[in-house]
Design a binder for this molecule. Structure first.
Ligand code: GLY
Ligand code: MN
Ligand code: MN
Length: 436
């Protein structure tokens, strides 16, 4: 087998078998059947929506596109993968990749439009996008919350194999980001930049971990901007690209903001300072650090930056107190990263109890204390979002804002710098290569 990750994947699967066995035994199950899922049909049409298999199925196989496949995991027994590969002359049936999981698991190729026949007996759970009728036919409990929560928790700390996959996803995404910048500087439109990104990072659009965000100028202020203009604007103030890559299911999630040909020097300085802020926050990542506190630290640094750049008059503390920093940055500092770009269990404590975000930071997706083995994003940002800033004008904060400068910078949209970081036993290791 020519797979350089084979040993790591074997270790990963061995640990996963142990973890599932413990969880199932603790919760009183004799087995769990995991369904990979199937794509939805567009209503009244014969065309399918794009598809991404269930995260817990990917945790074992890394297969993002396998439909109608099932995985049976029982303590003390070799896991079985029912691999849906029907004879078909319309499509090429899926092929087994040369990866360690295909040897470690028992793979039974076949046609599984319906669930595979599972020998009766014992208490079975079935998880995934499964109908109540299918679960009843299997005599299985459908998506039991306690089991799902425990399996989600099992994805929070990454194995060496998973970290290697995240690193490779980051390496490929970085190739895309460099090409995106080149395409922008040579006069490309948002669509040209998006296509340059796909080509350089060598992936098709439907396999991206999330839709590429490619915003020139004021579009950079739309946090999840989803269009690709085909015309290049005459003035090129800035470019924000938030785009990733998926490697064996594991996601990169990287953002860079670049100055253009018409960039205001204040905005260019803000970009440079945002890199420093990102770096300071990355350096602060370590086990035991509260991510909520790190998010609050981002607001302190943003407050200082707003004052220093004269966007805000007064003190950084006052800018935080009055909600000014939140109007400039309404999203969270980051989130867990893995098989899902916003990975599971970010707002749940290790014992399963909910950890809702603070009322004043409702968009924060990670409210836990950092632990060794986690992978997180660190993504400070600063945007001119008229919808959030304008309401401040008539209130007490209004007099502290430099409206003339805000108006000048509005053409540039905003800034986000995002890296992917592994929490090691004593510090942070950046998974994102240098792009600048
Ligand atoms: N790309 C979405 C995010 O950064 O969370
Ligand atoms: Mn992102
Ligand atoms: Mn992110």
């Amino acid at each position: 087998m020519s797979d350089p990750l084979a040993t790591l994947q074997r270790d990963h699967l061995q640990a996963l078998e142990r973890c599932y066995a413990e969880t199932l035994t603790d919760l009183g199950y004799d087995g769990v059947l995991i369904y990979s899922g199937h794509p939805a049909l567009h209503f009244g049409d014969d065309q399918h929506a794009s598809f991404n298999s269930y995260g817990h199925f990917q945790h074992w196989t890394g297969q993002t596109g396998l439909t109608h496949s099932w995985l049976l995991v029982r303590p003390g027994q070799r896991p079985i993968c029912y691999f849906h590969a029907p004879d078909d002359f319309w499509h090429l049936p899926p092929q087994l990749p040369e990866q360690a999981w295909t040897e470690r698991l028992e793979v039974i190729p076949g046609r599984y439009d319906e669930a595979p026949p599972i020998a009766a007996g014992g208490r079975l759970a079935v998880i995934g996008d499964v109908s109540a009728a299918t679960s009843a036919a299997l005599c299985a409990e459908l998506n039991p919350p306690a089991l799902l929560a425990a399996l989600d928790e099992g994805r929070v700390r990454k194995s060496e194999y998973e970290l290697a996959c995240l690193r490779e996803a980051n390496r490929m995404a970085a190739l895309g980001h460099r090409a995106a910048r080149e395409a922008f500087l040579s006069g490309g439109s948002e669509l040209d930049i998006h296509l340059a990104y796909l080509q350089a990072s060598h992936q098709r659009e439907s396999e991206l971990p999330y839709g590429n965000i490619v915003g020139i100028g004021s579009h950079a202020a739309v946090l999840h901007y989803q269009h690709y203009d085909t015309e290049t604007p005459r003035e090129r103030y800035s470019l924000l690209v938030d785009a990733g890559h998926r490697y064996r299911g594991y996601c990169a999630d990287i953002t860079r903001t670049w100055p253009g040909t018409n960039t205001d020097p204040t905005f260019a300085a803000l970009i440079s300072r945002m890199h420093d802020i990102k770096q300071r926050l990355v350096t602060a990542v370590a086990p035991g650090v509260s991510f909520v506190e790190l998010h609050e630290r981002m607001h302190r640094l943003l407050g200082e930056l707003l004052v220093e750049s004269e966007l805000v008059k007064g003190s950084a503390e006052a800018a935080i107190e009055s909600g000014i920093t939140r109007a400039f940055c309404p999203h969270g500092l980051g989130h867990l990263l893995g098989i899902q770009v916003h990975d599971v269990a970010g707002r749940t404590a290790r014992d399963g109890s909910p950890l809702p975000p603070p009322t004043e930071h409702p968009a924060l997706r990670l409210t836990r204390e950092l632990e060794a083995g986690m992978a997180v994003t660190i993504e400070p940002g600063l945007y001119i979002i008229p919808m959030l800033l304008e309401p401040l004008e008539s209130g007490p904060a209004g007099q502290h804002l430099n409206w003339a400068l805000i108006e000048r910078l509005a053409f540039h949209g905003g800034i986000r710098i995002e890296d992917n970081v592994h929490v090691t036993t004593n510090a942070a290791r950046n998974l994102t290569p240098e792009i600048e």
